[in-house]
Design a protein around this ligand. Structure first.
Ligand code: HEM
Length: 472
């Protein structure tokens, strides 16, 4: 008996030593992954990553030097992994061992609410996503075309910001418990007030829309041609487990209003700037648009069968992904696979990276989309023709659309990606069909990272300056 206890104690001791050893080894491995020097303990490389004069000034160089998997420093000396390796990204996006990083998670809860699709987790996420999907299938999205066509004369942009204070506040906030964050929303500061107002308005809009839909159904009208009509599914007699309660539907209003606005508008703005720089391609695209529109005779337009239009949209999404980076954290010890092995600073060649629970990582979407090993030596150039000249990328496919990660991938990939593509197709046809675009002299648009990738003018204003001359 005594012996059994002694063996048991010795085994437990050995297991504890092994656990501590493995944990230390994981931390040591992360530290031994090569990466750029950190200019400051306080900010690490975060100012270079988030506040460089043009987005990617440092990041794209780091990728060239260290490859698609490297280490940078976050605020307060923290190690962060920067990942643009397609195999690693694919693994992380599809694995249950990762969740949103703390800053992103807190921001999602504040902006969209814990009951929104992006705020809920696991089974609730699956259920709400399956229900909302009704409004985002290829067939459902086709129904919205008339609405997009009516709205196509406006491009909206909403403001967002990134600053030194914001970066430090995020780093401190990431260490605070969630309940404190949720309580912070009631602080009497201008930002908290703006977020509270935005959320209240979104809920009011949601309730109002539902009221209108109900009234429309009572009058026997078809509500199937807009998003809420599709989602509410009121007119269907066969209500299923995929039907959301009205409260759940109202909770999705903020994300539906915000997620698809600046993302799509900014991608389009960047694309139009590139188009203004390429008059020959612009003319060819206009010819394709005008001939397709005239062939449709005012009926439905087959946007998917327009090679130049779709090459232009894919290239805009590749070069200017609205969410250029996103954060994840490992919820347990995990091993991340790589496409190609790397050599650590201690000279070891490794093909898998063991990372400890709690490890923060940045999924570098924009970097992935400029990886030369994936897209070719001209990966840094805006070149729609790459989508027309045979195979565009090398390696395993990722993402739901064109092997791009602009919409991310895995169970949390963008719900509205088809919606966004359709919206862009309709807007580009409307705009390029009617206007010729050139750039004003002396101005150059720069990409800056705010919450999303944002075009800014040469004097730092948000937006892009483009001259438009009516041609039709
Ligand atoms: C060019 C346009 C768009 C881009 C580049 C884009 C990109 C993204 C990305 C990268 C995510 C994942 C966020 C993360 O996990 O870190 C996401 C999620 C999401 N997007 Fe989009 N998006 C676009 C347009 C839209 C539109 C038009 C809608 C809806 C009308 C929409 C609705 C959503 C929703 C609901 C989620 C959360 C999905 C979930 O958590 O299951 N997006 N989007």
């Amino acid at each position: 008996m005594d012996h059994t206890i002694q063996y048991g104690t010795a085994a437990a001791g050995l297991i504890s030593i092994l656990v501590v050893y493995l944990a230390l080894r994981r931390r040591r491995t992360v530290r031994s992954i090569p990466g750029p020097a950190s200019p400051s303990w306080l900010f690490g490389n975060m100012l270079q990553l988030y506040l460089s004069p043009t987005y990617g000034n440092y990041e794209f160089d780091w990728q060239r030097i260290y490859g698609p998997f490297y280490r940078i420093k976050g605020c307060f000396g923290q190690d962060r992994l920067m990942i643009s390796d397609p195999v690693s990204l694919q693994y992380i996006l599809n694995s249950p061992h990762f969740k949103f990083g703390p800053t992103l998670e807190n921001a999602i809860h504040l902006l969209y609410g814990i009951d929104s699709i992006i705020g809920v987790k696991e089974e609730d996420h699956k259920r709400i996503r399956a229900a909302l999907n009704i409004g985002f299938t290829a067939a459902a999205v086709r129904n919205y075309i008339p609405v997009f066509e009516k709205a196509a004369h406006t491009i909206m942009a909403i403001a967002s910001s990134q600053s030194r204070v914001q970066i430090i506040a995020d780093a401190i906030g990431a260490r605070l418990p969630g309940w404190l964050w949720r309580a912070a929303i009631y602080l009497p500061t201008a930002t908290c007030k703006a977020i509270r107002t935005a959320k209240r308005l979104a809920d009011e809009v949601g309730i109002q829309v539902l009221r209108e839909k109900r009234a429309a159904v009572e009058q026997g009208l078809d509500i199937n041609t807009d998003l809420y009509g599709q989602l509410l599914n009121l007119h269907r007699s066969d209500k299923t487990k995929h039907t959301l309660t009205e409260a759940e539907l109202v909770a999705q209003t903020a994300i539906m209003m915000i997620a698809g606005q600046d993302t799509t508008a900014n991608t389009l703005a960047f694309g139009l700037v590139e188009l203004a720089k390429a008059p020959e391609f612009q003319d060819k695209l206009r010819t394709e648009i005008l001939s397709t529109l005239s062939a449709s005779g005012g009926g439905s337009v087959s946007y998917d069968n327009m090679p130049l239009l779709n090459a232009f949209i894919k290239e805009s999404l590749r070069m200017f992904p609205a969410e250029a980076v996103t954060d994840r954290v490992a919820v347990e010890d995990v091993v991340i696979p790589l496409t190609d092995s790397l050599i650590t600073t201690t000279g070891e060649r490794i093909s898998h990276i063991p990372v400890p629970k709690g490890q923060n990582m940045t999924l570098a979407i924009a970097s992935y989309q400029r990886l030369e090993s994936r897209w070719g030596e001209d990966a840094q150039e805006f070149k729609p023709s790459r989508w027309l000249d045979g195979p565009t990328f090398k390696g395993e496919a990722v993402g739901p659309y064109a092997n791009l990660l602009s919409f991310l991938g895995g169970p949390r990939m963008c719900l509205g990606w088809r919606f966004a593509i359709m919206e862009m197709q309709v807007f580009v046809c409307e705009l390029v069909g009617k206007f010729a675009f050139t750039l004003p002299e002396g101005d150059s648009t720069r990409a800056r990272l705010a919450t999303t990738l944002l075009p800014t003018t040469s004097n730092g204003q948000k937006g892009a300056l483009i001259c438009a001359k009516r041609v039709m």
